[in-house]
Structures are given as C-alpha cells and as structure tokens.
Design a protein around this ligand. Structure first.
Ligand code: SIN
Ligand code: MN
Length: 370
C-alpha cells in the first residue's frame, strides 16, 4: 500500500494519475496488495507545508510515491523530515525531481535512501548525503514497466508526452490518414530538387509542401487541389499545445493550417533538418502511430551534437516550439518492425503527423490600386 504526494503542476499531476491507474490495475497481483491509501497535493508555494506533510504521513503505508517540481519538493521534503515520521528510504520519486536541486538537498542530509527515476530509464538515489546514479544497460532498461513513461522536456520548449493518444483516437487518425492519402493529390515519395526522392511517403493537408516551400496546390502532382485542414485536427493540435506547455493562452492562440503526414516503412528515414519553411514561430505538434522509431532532437545551430535520441512509440506526442522551434531533428534509423499495435488499424509501418502554422495568408491579398 502506497501514499502518493504531488505538486499541482500539470506534469506532476499527469505522472501520478498514470501511476495510480497502472498500480491499481495490478491489484493483488503476486500477493502484493496494490492500493493507493491516499493522494495528497500541495501548491508550489505554500504558507504552511505542515498540513500536507501530516496528511501524507498519517496513514501507515509501505512506501510513498512523489511527483513534484524541484522547488516544491525542496520545501516539502524539509517539512517532512523535520515534522513527521516520513522515511526517505521507502520513497520513490518521478523524474521531475532529477535535478541539481535534489543534489543540493541531498547534501544537507536526511534524504538517504530516497530513490527516483531519470527521464531516460535510469535511477538516481541518495546515499551518504550524495546523489548517485545508476544507468542500466539497455536490456535491463526494457524490463522497467512499473513506472509509466513520463512526459519529459527534452530541451526548452520541446516536450515529449508518451501515450498521449488513446487507442480510439489513433484508430480515427489512421482511418483519416488512409482517406487523405487517396488525394486529390495522393500520398507520394516527394521528389528532391537535386534528383532522387525521399524514402518516406507524404500527403499534405491545408498547404502543399515540396522542398522547400508551401503552395496552395500540388505543384508536383499536376496542380491538384490540397485536402483542406479539418477543424477537428486543429482542435487536437490546441489540446496538444495545452498539455505540453500547460499554458491555456498559448494553446488558444495556436492555429495550425498545414499538416504533413508521413508514412515510414522499415527502410524509410528522415535526415536531420529544420522545419523552417513556415513564416511563423508557432510550435510544431507531432503525433506518432504504429511502429516505434528513434527520433533525434538536436540543437538550433547544426545537425551535430548536442542532441537527444527519443524513442517515439505509437500514441506519443512531441511538441517543439519556443527556443526549440528551429532545432534540427530527424528519424535517423529505420523504424522498429512489429512494435506497433495492429489494433490501431495500422499493421505495419509508422505514421507521423506534424501540424504547423505556416504564417501564410489563407486567401490571396487583394491590393487596390487607386
Ligand atoms: C518531421 O520531422 O517532419 C517528422 C518527424 C517524425 O517523423 O517524427
Ligand atoms: Mn521536421
């Protein structure tokens, strides 16, 4: 039996909701009674930390599970240590606490035994008032299924939210992509300006993209019209921005008007590039369905390091905006066959939808010459 404590920021809330759902789904499995005895939350700034600290510790539990921002947790853990019978050695934390602040609190003592996850599947723990890390080797990492994959800010403004699309929505998107890919301008391997073609297949909504511009018609496909960008997809984009940034104003202002829908078979790749044909700094919303891939997210200067490799699986959301809007990114290795769930309606390959704001006028400007 565990007690769960969390800050009120969206990331911590989501982390504990997902944890509680998985934990209780395994109720009584292996003779372990998996119950959440209580859930206590607290604001990032509080007049008194004593009340939530007492509430979190007043029921006898086997362990505590914590999700918080480093600033909130610094205050809360201080109060727990000073005023309650809390035992850090029976506490596990989500990766949101994996920060320089936790090292500083560890150095002050009283946190020995506290253990937490890192964003990349490793562990950190406090021993002898020092923060230590354990980075498991790949096969070991694959076995970590107790904790759901956490949302992670890969770089400022670049947020990965695993499992954001539920199965129904993935199914609906797969069906819609099948329809869109029929045309009028059907899905195709885009021709490259210096000859050859892209290994991915693409169909566009709203605006037609060819290297390296947007046009109103499919200029490389006989001038066919482009399938309109549907309102429901724009609404989905706004929800994605809201969840990634926790900023309702930014989400409401988001007006995606173009989508590139890419299909990857096993051999398809996408080299490191910037999305820079838009005349607007609004975020790019990326949705993945089907087989998993390694998505390399780099820096804004060049194609090289530093970069982070992120596994994008079916249902994952990745949003990049703000300081990361023009970062280089790509799918540098082939997708991993048979890692998708055929229940999405896609029995092989990977679909990726990127929603963008082009910053281009929706109708041609009318200029009146006096
Ligand atoms: C893109 O960069 O346009 C697509 C990225 C992806 O397939 O995840
Ligand atoms: Mn791109």
């Amino acid at each position: 039996m565990v007690a769960v404590g969390h800050g009120r920021d969206p990331r911590s809330r989501r982390a504990v909701e997902r944890f509680a759902a998985r934990w209780t789904a395994g109720l009584d499995r292996d003779g372990v009674h998996r119950e959440v005895a209580r859930t206590v939350d607290w604001p990032a700034e509080a007049a008194s930390w004593l009340r939530p600290a007492r509430r979190l510790t007043e029921t006898a539990v086997d362990a505590w599970v914590i999700a918080d921002t480093p600033a909130g947790w610094a205050r809360m853990s201080e109060r727990l240590r000073e005023s309650t019978a809390w035992a850090p050695g029976r506490t596990v934390a989500f990766s949101g606490l994996d920060s320089a602040e936790i090292a500083a609190s560890a150095a002050q003592g009283g946190l020995d035994g506290l253990v937490g996850a890192t964003a990349t599947g490793g562990l950190w723990f406090v021993e002898g008032s020092r923060l230590r890390r354990h980075v498991p080797k790949a096969p070991e990492r694959a076995g970590h299924t107790l904790f759901p994959r956490d949302p992670v800010e890969i770089a400022p403004g670049a947020v990965h939210i695993p499992d954001w699309l539920d199965l129904d929505l993935q199914r609906r998107l797969v069906e819609a992509c099948r329809e869109w890919s029929k045309g009028p301008a059907p899905m195709r391997h885009t021709a490259l300006p210096r000859g050859g073609q892209m290994s991915i297949q693409t169909v566009c909504l709203g605006w037609h993209w060819t290297p390296y511009r947007y046009t109103r018609t499919a200029i490389d496909q006989g001038g066919e019209p482009v399938t309109p960008f549907p309102d429901w997809l724009a609404d989905l984009g706004r929800r994605a921005v809201a969840d990634a940034y926790g900023d309702p104003a930014e989400a409401t202002a988001y007006r995606p008007d173009a989508a590139l829908i890419n299909f990857y078979d096993e051999s398809a790749r996408l080299g490191m590039h910037q999305d820079k044909d838009e005349r607007c700094g609004a975020p790019v919303v990326s949705l993945s369905i089907g087989d998993a891939c390694t998505f390399r997210f780099g820096n804004t200067l060049d194609r090289g390091a530093p970069y982070t490799d992120v596994e994008l699986r079916s249902g994952d959301l990745f949003v990049f905006g703000g300081p990361s809007r023009f970062a280089y990114h790509g799918v540098i290795r082939g997708t991993r066959p048979e890692t998708g769930d055929p229940a999405t309606g896609l029995d092989h390959g990977r679909l990726n939808l990127t929603l963008r704001e082009t910053g281009l006028c929706s109708t041609a400007a009318v200029v009146t010459v006096p």
